[in-house]
Design a protein around this ligand. Structure first.
Ligand SMILES: [Ca+2]
Ligand SMILES: [Ca+2]
Ligand SMILES: [Ca+2]
Length: 242
């Protein structure tokens, strides 16, 4: 038996509830390589958004927490399709040279389906601090997320990718101000073999109930109890591009 087979898998399924379609496959966590100095790590991206200092936690140190928000790494057998119903999506970072577009297709793995584009962000190795949100988007049943940039389109379902390799790493977010299913999706934008495998080229939050309670970094660091007010301000400030 693979050394990390059953325990992490059961752990994740218990945490995730109905947001993802669990499969009976063995647990597997797609490897991530350290980000280049001009990029940010997954911990750094969470810290930028939620504030505080995110440190490794959980099985294998693959998850992160700042003490109030925890990002639990999702088994990569379980982030290939999603079942979110009505959801919103917010881009929180993009460390990539190329512009990035995110969309989704209805249906399960290998079912084809028409692409609905959700958002696009410019390229240029930046973290696009002016986060923006799209939604609510109504979906019915299973969907796959699809990221594209010049020369490559990749799906959350790895068997649909030209290289057959996983290009999405997902965390389930829980903690202060997060009352509903909320995932952080970290995409890699190059094919295996030509990629730096930092999985920070497009980073979005997807949630079944929007983002009204997400704290700003300054509020989280100051420990202010104004999450609802800040959430409203954040929503008003959001814009939709592409
Ligand atoms: Ca994956
Ligand atoms: Ca990158
Ligand atoms: Ca990359």
């Amino acid at each position: 038996m693979h050394p990390s087979s059953t325990k992490p898998h059961l752990f994740c399924v218990a945490i995730l509830g109905g947001g993802l379609l669990a499969t009976p496959a063995m647990a597997a966590f797609t490897p991530i390589k350290p980000a280049a100095s001009f990029n940010k790590s997954h911990q750094g991206i969470f810290a930028d958004y939620y504030g505080g200092d995110f440190t490794a936690t959980g099985p294998g140190g693959l998850s992160f927490t700042n003490g109030s928000v925890t990002a639990t790494r999702v088994d990569d057998a379980d982030d290939q399709t999603f079942n979110l119903g009505t959801f919103s999506v917010t881009e929180i970072a993009s460390f990539a040279a190329l512009p990035q577009t995110l969309g989704f297709k209805p249906g399960g793995i290998g079912t084809g389906g028409g692409l609905t584009n959700l958002l696009s962000v410019p390229g240029g190795e930046n973290d696009n601090p002016a986060n923006f949100t799209v939604g609510p988007v109504d979906t019915d049943g299973t969907i796959r997320f699809v990221r594209s940039s010049t020369g490559l389109t990749s799906s959350s379902a790895e068997s649909e990718n030209v290289d057959g390799v996983d290009r999405l790493v997902t965390y389930s977010l829980t903690g202060d101000g997060i009352d509903d299913t909320l995932f952080a999706l970290f995409f890699e934008d190059r094919k295996a073999g030509t990629s730096d495998e930092d999985f920070n080229d497009l980073v979005v939050l997807v949630g079944a109930d929007g983002f009204a309670a997400v704290p700003t970094p300054s509020a989280a660091m100051a420990g202010l109890g104004l999450l609802g007010l800040i959430g409203l301000r954040r929503r008003r400030g959001d814009s939709t591009r592409g």
